[in-house]
Ligand binder design. Sequence first.
Ligand code: PRP
Ligand code: GLN
Ligand code: SF4
Ligand code: MG
Length: 496
Amino acid sequence: MSQKVTSGLTHECGVFGAIGTEFWPSDVDISQIILIGLEALQHRGQESSGIVTTNGTNFNIQKGMGLVRNIFNNENMKKLTGSMGIGHTRYSTSAASEQVNCQPFFVHSIHGSLAVAHNGELVNKNGLRKMVLGRGVGLSTHSDSELITQALCLNPPEGEINGPNWPARIKHLMQLSPLSYSLVVMLKDRIYAVRDPYGNRPLCLGKILPLDRINGFSNNCPVEGWAVASESCAFLTHIKYVREVLPGEIIEMTKGGIRTIDVIDRPEGKSPAFCIFEYVYFARPNSVFEGQEVYSVRAQCGIQLAIEKPVSADIVGSVPESGNAAAHGFAKQSNIPFGELLTKNTYVGRSFIQPTNRLRQRNVSLKFSPIGVNVAGKRVILIDDSIVRGNTIGPIIKLLRNAGAIEVHIRVASPPLQYPCYMGINIPTKEELIANSLDLMDLASHIGADSLEYLSVEGLVKAVQRNAKSENNKIGHCTACLTGNYPGGVPCEDEW
Ligand SMILES: O=P(O)(O)OC[C@H]1O[C@H](OP(=O)(O)OP(=O)(O)O)[C@H](O)[C@@H]1O
Ligand SMILES: NC(=O)CC[C@H](N)C(=O)O
Ligand code: SF4
Ligand SMILES: [Mg+2]
């Protein structure tokens, strides 16, 4: 066991849960639904993955290091039987990228077995760790997700008269630690879907429909089961998106259906704080948050960027993938044609979420090649969603110049990243963020750009909140890595 030593802006995890309703054993192929869901959430974590299923008595577990498709095969999938299950795809934040930290975590408690999958990071994990250890619990890793699992095994302060009170345990955890998590917690007969009171990490709910109803969905359509996922892009085949889990909401999913157990409040005066970087970079463009597709928000960021920081050129292109939508928006607003400037090797994964800088740099050089016909002799505007360490943009500018670009203007569809994230995205030190070591002019010349401009914080918030809706009309976003305003205050060194 070791603590995570590398740092840098990477990703988050993906969580998924599914349960068959009415009759158990369920006709729904639960483990396949989870597998497909995890593959669709692969962009949220590439390091390890796992599935736990149960038929109400035995729990079946399969976890491993690597991509989802490399861990699960026909053989081990056959063992993942059961009428419900949860899954996880991990990008490490709080403990090393090792087998021992793979999720879901699974433990036996006095009241039966418990499996937990977690996306996020507890801002007060050190304090909570001391508290849990102080209650006589042994922990086997540095993972804050194991800590959550063990904290759920503790009796709530009010005690339990008639057997375990899992909702009270979950509420107790939420009071002990308000940020940041989306959780799926599975017991032998139910799954709890839990989103932290700030709604910092995404989580949404879907209905599993009969296969013959895929095209003929109506609100009265019979339901074969329920699913929860970090992003709606994980609802493929016959799962219909229903809604987001509300900030602070605890949903209980059983074979009888679903019900909201409680919605836990934020501290007085605090607004919701959904991670704005989900829109900028993390999420798949077809996922829906707050009633809007991520793609449309990214395109709006590009429009806003063209309004704020116009420049004359012959062609607008993007750094694929997350920069694509903003580039289309920028091109449209500035009346300059969009063209592909780079082709991406699709066999190379996301660079930003690699666990070490060496891997991230290797990724970048393998990943992009210029498209000569769109670049040679042109003044190009290149749009990326973000600059973090600067690993990506500099080498790409060199590629474009070598391919004959006569001017390269960089426009970034988010503001400079200047502050660490303590909530599940690996932005740990100010020093690593290139916007903190070089000012705009110096950074432009460092990366070899003719000009470099960013979207403003106000412009980003405007693009995100323009069409955002929520069930309870409360909208609010975390912008801490851009502004230093942390939704739950700045955790002290000892706490984080
Ligand atoms: O400044 P840097 O430290 O290089 O990080 C920023 C880059 O990393 C991300 O891309 P990534 O390759 O992770 O994913 P993508 O293919 O979805 O854009 C992001 O979209 C930027 O391109
Ligand atoms: N990226 C995440 O959400 C990580 C979850 C958890 N903190 C871990 O490191 O496993
Ligand atoms: S600090 Fe940035 S990356 Fe972290 S939760 Fe807030 S907006 Fe997201
Ligand atoms: Mg990128």
